[in-house]
Structures are given as structure tokens and as C-alpha cells.
Design a protein around this ligand. Structure first.
Ligand SMILES: NC(=O)c1ccc[n+]([C@@H]2O[C@H](COP(=O)([O-])OP(=O)(O)OC[C@H]3O[C@@H](n4cnc5c(N)ncnc54)[C@H](O)[C@@H]3O)[C@@H](O)[C@H]2O)c1
Length: 251
């Protein structure tokens, strides 16, 4: 699963899951354009990767803006020499009960998580096609994109939309040699997590009852971005400790 000579763009890579994805891609040998709406955060992560010997450049990119998406793809080509892998990770995990969800909140989550993924993937695909690159596009959904959960009306809808979007992109981009897959993480230990274990609401349904680490999501992304993945497209790969496959756990 070597990515030497490949260039990857990761959105929302200044923290959390995106940072783990950027680390894993760099470990596998890719040069990484570390993008985030928070420029300072992107710069910190790019510096961390360079300290470990990787090629990494920071770039400010708000995934809600199609012009910034084009500029980010161009920056990957101009500053790192190409664009072979795009990972649409940026998103908000904010939750609110359905009956209290305002239209503003709902639309903000859909715009960041789902529209932002569409904008990122479309710009990356157009860039790859224009340069004749049979690239890889990886989206980030969630276990919440596969089933409902309390407080997740907007979040689940956005993450289920990403799974459907991935499937359609896989069909339409296959003629260009571009494979499109999705990773659906379960509870992941990001910088925001303060507890040792996920809550009982999660662990009672998990075959592996612990937090996943951001780098574990990143290594699944590395597989989907590598030549080891050659006949899989449109797939959603759970990195969730078995959360989405469990049913009755006792008896
Ligand atoms: N943390 C989890 O347990 C978990 C589980 C399943 C899925 N996910 C998914 O992983 C992704 C990242 O989540 P996280 O927990 O790491 O979040 P996080 O809040 O820790 O990090 C999100 C990053 O995205 C950036 N960002 C926010 N708005 C942006 C924008 N408009 N444009 C570009 N960047 C922006 C932030 O600055 C931040 O660096 C999300 O898509 C989330 O749905 C996370």
C-alpha cells in the first residue's frame, strides 16, 4: 500500500480525523496538501508531517466555496506536482434533537458536510480528468450515515447523502479510471474527546468497544487510495469497531 510519488489533498486536515488521514497518507509516502478553513491549524499539521520527513504544504480551503476548491486542486498540482488522491473529510459532527432543529442549523450541516463533499469531489475529479490522471477519491461518512440516532437528523441525512453521492460518482467517474470509495468511521478519539471510552450507547453495540484512533481511519483511506484497491468502487468501508454489524449482543 505504498503511495510514493502520489500527491494527496485532504480537507479539514487541521485536526481530528483529517489530521490522522494526512498522517497515514504521509506515512505511506504521499506528498500531502493539508487543507483546512483554519489556516493556522493546516500549517501546524503540515509542519508536523514535514518534521517526520514527508512533503507537505498547508492551504486554506473552505469546502463550501467552489472557487476555493479549484484553487486547492491547482495548488496541489503547482506546489506538489500533481493531484492523485482527494479525501473529502471536512465536516461538522454537531447534533440537535429533530424537533428543535432549526432550518438554519439543518441547512448549515448539509452545506458543510454534503455540499462541501460534492464541491471538493467535483473539483478534484475535473482536475484529474483534465490531466488524464486515474485518481482516487475518498469521502468520509459515518455510522450515522447508515442508521438513525438521537439528535442526528441533519448529521445522519448529510452522511447518508455522502454514501449515495459516492455511489453515483463511482459510476460516472469509472470511465476515466477514477475509483471513488467512502470510509464510515464509528466513534474516533479526536482532540475534542475527553473520556476514556465511548458512551455505553455506543459500546453496547460494538464488537471492539473502544474509540478508534484517527490514524486507523487514515490507514483505511490509504488502502482505498493505493493500487492494492483496484476492483472496489462505490463501496462504504466501516472503520467502526463493528458498530454497524451488531444486532443482539447477549444470550
Ligand atoms: N470524530 C468522530 O468520532 C467521527 C465519527 C464519524 C465520522 N466523522 C467524520 O470525520 C470528519 C472530521 O470530523 P472530526 O471529528 O475530525 O471533526 P473536528 O471538528 O475534530 O475537525 C474538523 C476539521 O474540519 C475543519 N473545518 C470545519 N469547517 C470547515 C470548512 N468549511 N472547510 C474546511 N475545513 C473545515 C475544522 O477547522 C477542523 O480542523 C467529519 O466529516 C465527521 O463527520 C468523525
Amino acid at each position: 500500500m505504498q503511495l510514493k510519488g502520489k500527491v494527496a489533498l485532504v480537507t479539514g486536515a487541521g485536526a481530528g480525523v483529517g489530521r490522522g488521514i494526512a498522517q497515514a497518507l504521509a506515512e505511506a509516502g504521499a506528498a500531502v496538501l493539508v487543507t483546512d478553513v483554519d489556516r493556522a491549524a493546516a500549517e501546524r499539521v503540515a509542519a508536523e508531517l514535514r518534521d517526520r520527513g514527508a512533503r507537505a504544504v498547508a492551504f486554506r480551503f473552505d469546502v463550501r466555496d467552489p472557487q476555493e476548491a479549484e484553487a486547492a486542486c491547482a495548488a496541489a498540482v503547482n506546489e506538489l506536482g500533481g493531484l492523485d488522491i482527494a479525501v473529502a473529510n471536512a465536516g461538522s459532527t454537531a447534533r440537535m434533537p429533530f424537533l428543535e432543529t432549526s432550518l438554519t442549523f439543518f441547512e448549515e450541516i448539509i452545506k458543510l458536510n454534503l455540499t462541501g463533499t460534492f464541491i471538493t469531489c467535483q473539483a478534484a475529479a475535473r482536475n484529474m480528468i483534465a490531466r488524464g490522471v486515474p485518481g482516487r477519491i475518498i469521502t468520509i461518512s459515518s455510522n450515522s450515515g447508515r442508521f438513525g440516532g438521537r439528535g442526528r437528523a441533519a448529521y445522519s441525512a448529510s452522511k447518508a447523502g455522502i454514501i449515495a453521492l459516492t455511489q453515483t460518482m463511482a459510476i460516472e467517474l469509472a470511465p476515466f479510471g477514477i475509483l471513488v470509495n467512502c470510509v464510515a468511521p464509528g466513534p474516533i478519539r479526536t482532540e475534542k474527546v475527553t473520556s476514556e471510552r465511548p458512551s455505553e450507547a455506543f459500546t453496547c453495540r460494538m464488537a471492539l468497544p473502544r474509540f478508534g484512533e484517527p490514524i486507523e481511519v487514515g490507514r483505511a483511506v490509504v488502502f482505498l487510495a493505493s493500487d492494492a484497491c483496484s476492483f472496489t468502487t462505490g463501496h462504504t468501508l466501516g472503520v467502526d469497531g463493528g458498530l454497524t454489524v451488531t444486532g443482539i449482543m447477549e444470550g
